[in-house]
Design a protein. Sequence first.
Length: 101
Amino acid sequence: MTANVIVTVEREFDAPRERVFDAWTEPGELAQWRGSPGWHVETGTVSGTQELGGRHHHVKVRDNDPTTRVGTDGVYTEFFRPDVFVSRERITGDPGIDPDV
């Protein structure tokens, strides 16, 4: 089974565009905010190369059940700092997205 999900995020922030871009693409920045409510990003799992063709990775862990983990692996298919980045990603461990769960 293959899952094809396209997510487009467009939003305006009251912050310099460089700051917002880095929040999404710099591993140290991403780990501080990326966890959804009830989840956190496991800091030691965050890695990435911020360039066209660069790869990135992080794992979110459920706060009340640390055995529940969702991994994200991606590659940047467009990368124009500080204006645009597009990433093709594989999300594993989430039964709503991962066809192998």
